[in-house]
Design a protein around this ligand. Structure first.
Ligand code: NI
Length: 251
């Protein structure tokens, strides 16, 4: 499996990073993508992805950190994204849950980062929280080939709209939560060829670890839930989502 979205807290595993990676591998995860959040996270992502084969990175500024976007960080993103272990721009997008009063600034910075992705011909990892329409409409203008809605939180109708636009859907631990009724319904209708697995560690650990610190090693619980919802074998979910990831990120 490939964990397409995991924020690894490098400091926490510093002493035993090799054990941490071994545990992930022993749980059937062959690659992990670590998305950027704001400029201070970039250098560790570059450092660790260059050092460890199984780690890949994305570079971008999260909508909650949009104030850190300026001429300097823009140039930084553009240059760092050329690194061969950096395989996407992200995570970028819109968050109206925490930033309802900064919509215009967020949209502006989202667009500027999409422009970088277009220029470098890289996939984009999208954070969309309570901002489905604006996110979709901005993306439409850019006509990018590889778009991933990370930690998808829309309705089945919105999932259909995204699939029709050719986008990929990242499904994480929330799908295992008993009350995630909409996401469970969406998962049933999203073709397996359009699903990417992700943990969004250290957040949103799947059942039976809900509320605990998440790790890519828990990815199999998400694969199992998707298999159960779709009535297919878990091995098919593992295999097909890995194929999808390789296609999108061009590993
Ligand atoms: Ni994230």
């Amino acid at each position: 499996m490939i964990d397409t979205h995991s924020h690894i807290n490098f400091d926490e595993y510093k002493e035993n990073f090799d054990d941490f990676l071994r545990d992930i591998k022993n749980n059937d995860v062959e690659k992990v993508i670590i998305p950027g959040v704001e400029p201070s996270t970039f250098s560790e992502i570059i450092q660790y992805t260059e050092k460890y084969d199984m780690l890949y990175g994305a570079i971008g500024i999260h909508p909650s950190e949009f104030q850190t976007f300026n001429e300097e960080s823009e140039k930084n993103i553009y240059e760092l994204a050329k690194n061969k272990k950096i395989i996407a721009i992200g995570e970028i997008g819109l968050d109206y849950h925490y930033g309802a009063d900064t919509k215009e600034q967020q949209k502006n910075i989202f667009s500027k980062q999409l422009e970088i992705a277009r220029e470098l011909n890289l996939p984009v990892i999208i954070h969309d929280r309570e901002a489905h329409d604006d996110t979709f409409n901005i993306l439409k203008n850019f006509k990018l080939k590889n778009v991933i809605f990370h930690c998808f939180s829309g309705s089945p109708e919105f999932a259909e709209k995204c699939i029709n636009a050719g986008y990929y859907i990242g499904i994480g631990g929330v799908v295992t939560f008993k009350n995630a009724i909409d996401l469970k319904e969406s998962t049933k209708i999203i073709p397996i060829e359009k699903i990417l697995l992700e943990t969004d560690a250290p957040y949103l650990a799947p059942v039976p670890f809900r509320g605990k610190i998440n790790t890519p090693a828990y990815l199999k619980y998400i694969a199992q839930e998707i298999a159960d919802l779709k009535g297919i074998d878990v091995e098919e979910v593992k295999y097909q989502t890995a194929v999808n990831s390789k296609r999108v990120f061009n590993f």
